[in-house]
Design a protein around this ligand. Structure first.
Ligand code: XMP
Length: 315
C-alpha cells in the first residue's frame, strides 16, 4: 500500500543530497510538476527556481491561474513568455512525433537559458511512470514520445532529477493531497499541450480554435458535475480535426471544420474508457461550439473509443 507520508519524507532526504547546488524546475501548473516543485522546495528552498513557460499552447487563462497558485504556494518562481519561439518552431510541422520532439527540444533550450541565468546545474521534472513507459526504450515500443522523456534532445547541458519517476497518477494525487497542493484534483494535461489537440500544424490560429473549444467542454462538464447530472470525468477536452464537411448555414451551403470531444474515465491513464456523458450535456457543448465560436465549425463529434485500442490524446 503506497504511503504518501513516507514517500515525502524519503524523497526530501534524498533530494537534499542529490541537489547540492542550485536547480530549476519545469512547472506547468499540473499535478505532477507542482508536486515535484513543492517536494524540491521543501528540500532546498530558495536554491530552487520554479519556471513556468508560456508556450502559447496552454489552456485559456492558464498563465494567470498558475501565477496565483505559485504566489499562494510561496515558491520562488519565474514566468517565461516563449510563445513566439514555440509557434515559429512548429511552423509547417504536421507529423505527431516530430511535433513532440520539437516541443521537447524547445522546452530544454528555454530551461538551459534560464538555468544559466540562475546558475543552476540541475533540471527537475515531474516525469511519472506512464510517461517513460509509453515513450519506449530498447525493450518497449514507442507509443508516443512524452515531451519530457522521448522528446528530450540527446545533447543537454543539465543534469535531470525526476523525483516522481516511479509513481502513477493516482499515487501522485495522494502525495498532492498529503502536501495540501490545490491542483491535486485537476484533470491531467499533456506537456505538449494544445499542440497535440490540433491534428496537423499547430498554428497560432488553430491553437486558438482548440483552446476555445476546450474551454467550452471544460465549462459544460464542470457545470454538469456541479449540478449532479454526472460525475466529473477523469479527463475531458476537445480536438480540432483536419476534416472539412458540408453543412448548411441559414439557406446557404457551408463547408466547415470539425471538433471532436474526448472524455474518458481512468485510474492511471494507462487504460481508459470513454465517458457516458448525458446527451443533453453533449448537446449543450455542441450548440455552444457551433454557435459561439467564430471559427467555422459546423460539425461536432463524440469519440466513443476506449484505450486501448485508442490512446487518450489523439496524437
Ligand atoms: P495517452 O494519450 O498516451 O495519454 O493515452 C495518457 C495520459 O498522459 C497524458 N499525456 C502526456 N503527459 N507529456 C505529459 O506530461 C506528454 O507528452 C503526454 N502525452 C499524453 C494524456 O493527457 C493522458 O492524461
Amino acid at each position: 500500500m503506497f504511503d504518501p507520508k513516507a514517500f515525502v519524507q524519503e524523497k526530501i532526504d534524498e533530494l537534499m543530497t542529490k541537489i547540492p547546488e542550485k536547480a530549476i524546475i519545469a512547472c506547468s501548473g499540473g499535478v505532477d510538476s507542482t508536486v515535484a516543485a513543492v517536494l524540491v522546495d521543501r528540500a532546498i528552498g530558495q536554491r530552487l527556481l520554479t519556471v513556468y513557460v508560456d508556450t502559447g499552447l496552454m489552456r485559456k487563462g492558464e498563465t494567470d491561474y498558475v501565477r496565483g497558485m505559485f504566489d499562494k504556494l510561496g515558491v520562488h518562481y519565474k514566468l517565461v513568455d516563449a510563445r513566439e519561439e514555440f509557434f515559429d518552431s512548429l511552423e509547417g510541422v504536421t507529423e505527431p512525433e516530430k511535433k513532440r520532439k520539437i516541443i521537447g527540444e524547445r522546452f530544454i533550450r528555454v530551461f538551459e537559458r534560464e538555468a544559466k541565468i540562475f546558475g543552476a546545474k540541475h533540471l527537475v521534472q515531474g516525469t511519472i511512470a506512464p510517461d517513460w513507459i509509453e515513450s519506449g526504450d530498447d525493450l518497449r515500443d514507442t507509443i508516443k514520445s512524452h515531451h519530457n522523456v522521448g522528446g528530450l534532445p540527446k545533447e543537454m547541458a543539465l543534469t535531470l532529477v525526476e523525483p516522481l519517476w516511479d509513481l502513477y497518477k493516482d499515487e501522485v494525487r495522494l502525495v498532492a493531497r498529503y502536501l495540501g497542493v490545490e491542483v491535486s484534483e485537476r484533470q491531467p494535461f499533456p506537456g505538449p499541450a494544445l499542440a497535440i489537440r490540433v491534428m496537423g500544424e499547430a498554428s497560432r490560429e488553430s491553437v486558438d480554435v482548440v483552446r476555445d473549444a476546450c474551454a467550452i467542454v471544460e465549462d459544460e462538464l464542470e457545470k454538469a458535475a456541479d449540478q449532479g447530472k454526472m460525475v466529473l470525468p477523469w479527463q475531458y477536452f476537445a480536438v480540432l480535426l483536419p476534416v472539412q464537411s458540408v453543412g448548411v448555414q441559414g439557406d446557404r451551403r457551408a463547408y466547415g471544420r470539425t471538433i471532436a470531444i474526448r472524455s474518458v474515465e481512468s485510474i492511471d491513464g494507462m487504460t481508459a474508457a470513454f465517458s457516458r456523458i448525458p446527451y443533453d450535456v453533449l448537446e449543450r457543448i455542441s450548440l455552444r461550439i457551433t454557435n459561439e465560436m467564430k471559427a467555422n465549425i459546423n460539425r461536432v463529434v463524440y469519440d466513443v473509443t476506449h484505450k486501448p485500442p485508442a490512446t487518450i490524446e489523439w496524437e
